[in-house]
Design a binder for this molecule. Sequence first.
Ligand SMILES: NS(=O)(=O)c1ccc(S(=O)(=O)c2ccccc2)s1
Ligand SMILES: [Zn+2]
Length: 259
Amino acid sequence: MGMAALGPCSRGPQQSPLTIPGGTRQSPINIQWRDSVYDPFLKPLKISYDPATCLHIWNNGYSFLVEFDDSTDRSIIDGGPLENQYRLKQFHFHWGAINDWGSEHTVDCKFYPAELHLVHWNAVVYPTFEEAVMEGDGLAVIGVFLKLGARHEGLQTLVDALPAVKHKDTVIEFDVFDPSCLMPSCPDYWTYAGSLTTPPLTESVTWIIKKQPIEVDEDQLEAFRMLLFTSDGEEEKRMVDNFRPLQPLMNRTVRSSFQ
Ligand SMILES: NS(=O)(=O)c1ccc(S(=O)(=O)c2ccccc2)s1
Ligand SMILES: [Zn+2]
């Protein structure tokens, strides 16, 4: 059975972390800024998303996912630490019940109220997403921290649609959205080899964590918190604290694209 992962940071209420027995590259982790190593060979991350590839918003009972048509290379990322281009499949968020926590990764043990994950897969090497999920270089996830501040106009179009996916297993069409509007202006990022943070927890993710957070306001965070883990007709459980506890760094180095 997995040993409890006693990370360096303490976060509020924390279930005993589910560590994968034998896992050596689990996520999320605390990024200790001074321990990250500048890698001058890291390229700038290239992002080119086609807003028309946006399909729908789905409450899957864990988060809300904005899913994209990944049958072609119309929405991709390239460069950065990646050896191939990766196709955008979906993006989703993790958040807390209150603003003191909610992100999955931390920076010098600082939690953010929420974290955005844009999930991409290596369609150059693997024929399907499902196969890519099982391979060490199969997935690339961009993590963007959300901090409390000004209202985010680009996010608002998404927030306005959330009441329609309040319950688990509800979906609504969402046919034009450009996730580039959720990217911070600063190009700096950290990168490390990690895993999915929800089952199947496979160690197939190249994480690219943006250094600069984006700002959202309290009403926008509250809109996330009015979603439900539960289906219509079940006793309501608010969708909050849908983050995994910090996992041990083990034998990994976090690289930075900046000095
Ligand atoms: N939080 S995270 O970005 O690490 C993450 C968890 C799950 C996914 S997935 O939707 O790609 C997926 C992958 C395999 C099976 C089902 C969903 S991405
Ligand atoms: Zn995630």
